[in-house]
Design a protein around this ligand. Structure first.
Ligand SMILES: Cc1ncc(COP(=O)(O)O)c(C=O)c1O
Length: 360
């Protein structure tokens, strides 16, 4: 039999949402942190036009997209790398800076793909405890080992939804040795831009990368466009690993157009925040435990993993899919993506009736 290399054979496939809708029910998907509405009409038009030239390879330098990002965030275009989703950038960074002789560190309830990327690079994955679902800088600094090479922090966090201040992230950077790479993953950054000043200036220190994506606030998850601001030396190494034709023509064109349409993106963030806060208020009135979120999802904490199994089965039987969080070490939690008002209303109603049955 042909065998895979050992570390791949030992890995489980990355767990995405399972959306098996029971016969006769319609799908209510609150499971993948997708945007509650399609992308900007300008992005849709740009993607359709780009397909006309689909017999040609896409721009390997992402020139138009980088220029749009550079202008929007007032950052140097040369420092920007665009990925096939920010997942590609997370994977390539890990491969470039960690291996089987060292370790990657992240908060205990971090985005599960940090662990997967670490396993792919054959490195050890260490975690630091969080404090009530919030990243704790002191715990991260205490968890650093002599062989720690990379520290990943998502801010806001997924699946926690919590946010830590710029001051705390600067304190983390200051407390880490200069030869440890800090990756600040701001996949949900647009939902929290109003909270604090941007982090891009930390990249000038030469050992910090800031990642963002078009998958969330810009509603382009299906086009697979992520990006980051990189110090030049790190960008050089990462580019050796990336697929040189990584983002399709339509992906680049729609992303560039979406970035120009800031009004639409900001409107999406406002709509999401309003629906999120209303959904959270309703669930809290029904005595669910729902921490404040700075993203396009909320985390719902239950008394036990058994309760999560029960409520998950109850919701799925009705075609409603929230996301269990065992992968992030939170087996007693479900994550609910903020979707349309109608879907949220149905999901909230189902959660309430599950609770009535559970307590009767
Ligand atoms: C924290 C975080 N980082 C990165 C990603 C990956 O996003 P994408 O590859 O779609 O850009 C996600 C997606 O859910 C995420 O939650």
């Amino acid at each position: 039999m042909i065998r895979p290399v050992q570390h791949i054979g030992a890995m489980s496939p990355y767990a995405l949402a399972q959306l098996d809708v029971p016969a006769g029910k319609s799908l209510i998907s609150l499971s993948q942190n997708e945007s509650l509405r399609p992308p900007s009409p300008l992005a849709i038009k740009a993607a359709a036009a780009a397909v006309q030239a689909a017999h040609m390879y896409p721009d390997p330098e992402w020139v138009v997209l980088r220029e749009a990002l550079s202008e929007l965030h007032d950052i140097p275009a040369e420092g920007i790398l665009c990925g096939n989703g920010s997942m590609e950038l997370i994977g390539c960074l890990t491969q470039a800076y960690a291996d089987d002789k060292n370790a990657v560190l992240a908060p205990a309830h971090a985005y599960p793909f940090f662990r997967t990327a670490t396993a792919l690079a054959r490195a050890r994955f260490d975690t630091a405890p969080e404090e009530d679902g919030r990243v704790c800088v002191d715990n991260l600094l205490n968890a650093v080992q002599p062989d720690t090479r990379i520290v990943f922090v998502a801010n806001p966090g997924n699946p926690t939804g919590t946010f830590i201040s710029r001051q705390e992230l600067v304190r983390l950077r200051d407390g880490l040795a200069s030869d440890i790479l800090l990756v600040i993953d701001e996949a949900y950054g647009e939902f929290a831009d109003h909270r604090d000043a941007p982090m891009f200036d930390l990249v000038e220190r030469g050992n910090t990368v800031v990642l963002r994506t078009l998958s969330k606030a810009y509603g382009l998850a299906g086009q697979r466009v992520g990006w980051g601001l990189f110090p030049p030396a790190i960008a050089r190494e990462v580019r050796k690993i990336m697929n040189p034709n990584n983002i399709s023509l339509a992906g680049q064109a729609s992303a560039s157009a979406a970035i120009i349409d800031q009004t639409y993106m900001r409107e999406t963030c406002d709509m999401t925040a309003q629906l999120r806060d209303r959904f959270r208020d309703r669930l809290m009135s029904a005595e669910f435990d729902v921490p404040e979120s700075f993203t396009n999802f909320v985390l719902i904490r239950f008394a036990s993993a058994e309760q999560v199994k029960s409520v998950d089965a109850y919701l799925k039987a009705e075609g409603a899919f929230l996301r269990p969080q065992n992968g992030a070490g939170l087996a007693h939690c479900l994550r609910a993506t903020i979707a349309s008002a109608e879907d949220l209303n149905t999901a909230a109603g189902l959660l309430e009736s599950w609770k009535k049955e559970e307590t009767s």
